[in-house]
Structure formats: structure tokens, C-alpha cells
Design a binder for this molecule. Structure first.
Ligand code: PMP
Length: 405
């Protein structure tokens, strides 16, 4: 039995009222809320062990280094990476993708191609456009279908010996679509391309196994998995990380520096220039422990029930259209519009009722262009949400419709 009330008691923010109403937080795809275990870990870090890591001989520095490196090991275990040095701490998915795109610059030329999906977040589009501009390589796109899934029918034509990198998200933030990444990874490897999986929206709902997936890179944002903002990680296969150019230069990432030449530190430090977000990394480890303690099987089952309930209720509203595939091919995101209602107006009225949803293009403008809409209203749920909250959302939509239509 999933005890949602016990879980909600771990999230202090969920108990508050907003605009005189109980907060209903359905903007989890933008960022998740944090359990008190994570909040306390951050306070505890500053109250007891704050010190810069890796460099210090003193007690506090050694403890904070140990805690930071223990978090790296927690992440390694969680994603089943072979080595802890294949886990690079980042500030989030955007950082991870930019790191890889920049690292590939010396490896690409104007005869090469980069392939991305049509369902990408802007952070998995723009860094590749930069890379294409800098190297002369061509950016190509796997098209999408009307049901909000990728169209793999032409993959064998788009993916060729010229393709050097393929970057797709595991799960779309705008629609919730779960992409067939195993198939894409296998096809990409067959032509020798490296594959980056943007796992920003997958990590909150499932436990990725990077060795089973055989992806070359996997990026995660801490703030979407109950960890502090500004934390995150990139998994990268040792062989690729060794070939790539470092992303930022500075302290920590060097072996030896002279004015003539610098040699780089071993992995993972080669990609971790400067003082990192130490409490963020430690908090990320605590957040993963928290989620694993509940269990991703339980989390996924609960979220699937919430998704099915919300989908049935919202699709029963007159004039509602839900974008994206059916509930068996997506995670707990309902991206919808009500005929004759601008998504922003609906979002603003729901806000007055204490209900937090996201409206707009969700940093995925090409998807909105595909559907020829300005945006959608997106209700994204996590395991701590309840069926009563979905009822409140549906009542809110009906009320808003009466005011707007
Ligand atoms: N990719 C996807 C699929 C996302 O949902 C997001 C965040 N909305 C990002 C990338 C970017 O993540 P961040 O802003 O945490 O770097």
C-alpha cells in the first residue's frame, strides 16, 4: 500500500495554502519539491562540515570531500555505471549537454552530422546548433508523428555513417512521451555514433541502467528528483570522456600548469573545474537515497495511477484535447488545451485557486509549431500528488471555463 499521506508529511511546502486555498502542485516536470531529509542535509552541511573539497588537509575538508564522493558513489550505483569516475557532477541537464557538445568540438568536421529528436527540450537543441556552427557539421532531426511520438520509419535514411552524435530525450517534458531509446541507441551504435540521452524527465520516474541501455551519455537534473537546485550529473562512458576536450578550464581540472602548457586531471576531475556545488551534490545523494527508499517500482505504479485518473477526468471535459501518446506510452504528464481558451488564461485562473500548472511552450517550441498551437497547459504529477488534487484541478478547469467562455 502506498501511504501518500506519510510521504506528504516529508514535504513541508505541500502543507501550505496559496491564495487562501490548499496548494495543489502540478508543476513537477518544471521542478520537484524537496523532502525534509534533503533540506536538513543542506542545513547540516553548513552547520557542521562546510569546507572546500579535495584540496584541504584539514578535518572539515576531508569530511566534506568524503561526503561529496560518497554521493558520487550513490549516483554510480543508482544508474549502474561501471566506474564512479564516469559520473561528472553538473549543475543540471543543460550543463551536462553543453559539456558533451563542447567536448565533441575537436571530434567533428563539416562532413559530419548530429542527429536530435523532434521532441527535444531547447537545452537538447541549442548546444548542438552551437556545435554545428562551430564545426560545420549538419544538424538533422528525427521527425515526430501526430500522436506525439518519434517517427522512426525514416531512421535508417537519417542515421548514416556521417552521423557522429545522436541526442534524444528519454522522456519528453512537454508531452510525457517515453521514447524508444534502446532502439535508437542500437541503430546509432550500428553506424558508430555516440548517443546522449537527456534523462531530465526520466530520472524522476524510473531508475536508468546506463550499462543495460548502453548509452554513451545520460544527463540528469537534481532539482527534478527532489534534490537541490543547481545539482545534477552526467554519466559518460570512460572511452568517450577520455577522447573529449574539457569543458571549462580552471582549478581542480588540471594535472600540471605552466604558462606554456597544461595537462588535465584524470576523470572525473577533468570535467569538474572550480569549486563545485558541494551541498548540492551531497543533497543529490540524499535525494536518491530518499527515492530509492520508497522504491522506483512503487513510485512508477503510483504515478501511472495518477496519470490514468487525470487523463480520464480531463479528457471527459467538453472541448479538451490532450497532446501526446496514450497513457501506456508516457509518464505522468497531461499536456492539454481547452477549445477556445488560451492556455495562459486557464493557468492564471487555476493559480487563483491555488493550483500550480505550467502553461506555454515548455521550452519545446518545435513541438508547439508541429501542432500549430501557442502552447499547452501542463499538469505534471509526482508520487506525492493525490487523486483529490486531480479532482480539484478538474473542478478548477470547469470553473475557469465558465468564466472564460
Ligand atoms: N531536458 C528536458 C527534457 C527537461 O525537461 C529539462 C528541464 N525542463 C531540461 C532538459 C533542462 O534541465 P535544466 O533546466 O535542469 O538544466
Amino acid at each position: 500500500m502506498f501511504n501518500v499521506q506519510a510521504i506528504r508529511a516529508d514535504f513541508p511546502i505541500l502543507t501550505q495554502t496559496v491564495k487562501g486555498k490548499n496548494l495543489v502542485y502540478f508543476d513537477n516536470a518544471a521542478t520537484s519539491q524537496k523532502p525534509k531529509q534533503v533540506i536538513e542535509a543542506i542545513a547540516n552541511y553548513y552547520e557542521t562540515i562546510n569546507a572546500n573539497i579535495h584540496r584541504g588537509v584539514h578535518y572539515l575538508s576531508q569530511i566534506s570531500t568524503d561526503r561529496y564522493e560518497a554521493a558520487r558513489e550513490t549516483i554510480r550505483k543508482h544508474v549502474n555505471a561501471q566506474h564512479a569516475f564516469e559520473i561528472i557532477f553538473t549543475s543540471g541537464t543543460t550543463h551536462g549537454i553543453n559539456l558533451v557538445a563542447s567536448g565533441f568540438e575537436p571530434l567533428l568536421n563539416e562532413n559530419d552530422e548530429i542527429l536530435i529528436g523532434a521532441l527535444e527540450h531547447h537545452s537538447n537543441i541549442v548546444p548542438w546548433q552551437f556545435l554545428a556552427e562551430r564545426t560545420g557539421a549538419k544538424l538533422r532531426v528525427i521527425p515526430m508523428l501526430e500522436n506525439g511520438t518519434l517517427d522512426l520509419s525514416s531512421l535508417s535514411e537519417i542515421l548514416t555513417e556521417k552521423t557522429k552524435v545522436v541526442a534524444v530525450n528519454h522522456i519528453s517534458n512537454a508531452l510525457g512521451t517515453i521514447n524508444p531509446i534502446r532502439e535508437i541507441i542500437a541503430a546509432a551504435h550500428a553506424v558508430g555514433a555516440a548517443v546522449l540521452i537527456d534523462g531530465a524527465q526520466a530520472a524522476p520516474h524510473l531508475q536508468p541502467d546506463v550499462q543495460a541501455l548502453d548509452c554513451d551519455f545520460y544527463t540528469v537534473s537534481g532539482h527534478k528528483i527532489c534534490a537541490p537546485t543547481g545539482s545534477g550529473f552526467l554519466y559518460g562512458k570512460e572511452s568517450w570522456l577520455n577522447k573529449m576536450r574539457p569543458y571549462q578550464g580552471g582549478g581542480e581540472m588540471i594535472k600540471e600548469v605552466t604558462f606554456e602548457k597544461t595537462t588535465y586531471a584524470d576523470l572525473p576531475h577533468k570535467f569538474e573545474a572550480g569549486t563545485p556545488n558541494i551541498e548540492g551534490g551531497i543533497g543529490l545523494g540524499v535525494a536518491l537515497d530518499y527515492l530509492n527508499n520508497i522504491g522506483f517500482d512503487k513510485i512508477a505504479a503510483q504515478e501511472q495511477s495518477l496519470l490514468e485518473y487525470a487523463t480520464a477526468k480531463i479528457s471527459a471535459i467538453d472541448g479538451a484535447r490532450i497532446y501526446g501518446p496514450d497513457t501506456s506510452h508516457k509518464t505522468s504528464v497531461v499536456s492539454f488545451n481547452i477549445e477556445g481558451v488560451h492556455p495562459y488564461d486557464l493557468g492564471a485562473l487555476l493559480d487563483k485557486m491555488g493550483i500550480a500548472v505550467r502553461t506555454g511552450h515548455h521550452c519545446a517550441q518545435p513541438i508547439m509549431n508541429f501542432f500549430d498551437i501557442p502552447g499547452t497547459v501542463r499538469a505534471s504529477m509526482m508520487f506525492y500528488n493525490t487523486f483529490e488534487e486531480i479532482d480539484a484541478l478538474v473542478n478548477g478547469i470547469e470553473k475557469a471555463k465558465q468564466m472564460l467562455l
